[in-house]
Design a protein around this ligand. Structure first.
Ligand code: PAF
Length: 285
């Protein structure tokens, strides 16, 4: 695997692939890679002849009270993992390379970025949309792969790709889970053994909501009550957010009459875990 830190070196490597008629699958990350990220890299490599990943802890998507400095960084360890997963090229720029002096553009994806996490973390999705647009412009991939665990981020990127007309296919890969159902996350490493033991209760509570719907319930409030009950079964959870929204627009729904996203964020001790599932009837044409 080749690692580049500058835009010029990235462009040269991509031009080489293009000259050889190769296709490029791209996985943007902020590092601290786990098996979920590597699944995305393998998916990119399956679908394209070259897999390209980026590692960049993007300051623009951190709020003033969110600790950017403490975000885990392990370029050496991440590089090894990417290499093993079949990644061909890693772009690991500095903040100055990504946002040179005078950089003044912010991308705001209205609507879909404004509720849920967007309301709780003002500016977060502007930072995500801005860096993702810049990365897409620099890498010029045929395919970009994102994880479904960050469902609102995937919806924001989908809207961005459609609106700007980036000539790429977006693949949103299913959440990768531990055998007991816990969604893989860099944050799982912070859980104590006791917290880790009860953490799968987050997914189980979502499944309880889904089951209530499968049994015929269409009322969102009733489904949310079932999820809350499931969450209360684990006293250690401190629920931060629970949303039942249209899977595309991310706007709250009252009735399950289309594809919906049921999303939860909860603290276990100091660790904030997120998870979601999708269900509901297909959208009518
Ligand atoms: O999901 C992430 O790791 C980041 O939000 C992304 C997409 C790499 C943008 O910085």
């Amino acid at each position: 695997m080749k690692t580049v830190a500058t835009v010029a070196a990235l462009r040269a490597a991509i031009s080489g692939y293009r000259a050889a008629g190769e296709t490029v699958g791209f996985v943007p990350t902020m590092g601290a890679l786990h098996a979920g990220h590597l699944t995305l890299v393998r998916a990119a490599k399956r679908e394209c002849t070259r897999a390209v990943a980026s590692i960049f802890v993007n300051p623009k998507q951190f709020g003033p009270n969110e600790d950017l400095a403490r975000y885990p960084r392990d370029l050496e360890g991440d590089s090894k993992k990417l290499q093993e997963a079949g990644c061909d090229l890693l772009f690991a720029p500095t903040p100055d390379e990504m946002y040179p002096e005078g950089f003044s553009t912010t991308i705001h994806v209205a609507g879909v970025s404004e509720g849920m996490e967007g309301a709780r973390r003002p500016g977060h999705f502007d930072g995500v949309a801005t860096v993702v647009a810049r990365l897409f412009a620099l890498v010029g991939p045929d395919l970009a792969v994102f994880g479904a665990k960050d469902a609102q981020q995937a919806a924001v990127v989908k809207r961005l790709v459609t609106d700007i007309g980036f000539p790429l296919r977006l693949l949103v890969h299913d959440t990768v889970r531990e055998p007991d159902g816990l969604a893989l996350s860099s944050r799982n490493q912070y859980l104590t053994p006791e917290e880790r033991a009860v953490a799968p209760g987050l997914f189980r509570a979502l499944l309880a909501g889904h089951l209530v719907h499968e049994l015929g319930e269409k009322d969102a409030a009733t489904i949310l009550r079932a999820v809350r009950k499931g969450l209360e079964a684990v006293p250690a959870f401190r629920v931060d957010a629970l949303d039942l929204v249209d899977a595309e627009s991310m706007q709250p729904v009252t009735t399950i009459d289309r594809p919906v996203l049921l999303a939860v964020a909860a603290f276990l001790g100091k660790t904030r875990l997120i998870d979601n599932i999708r269900f509901g009837p297909a959208r009518r044409a």
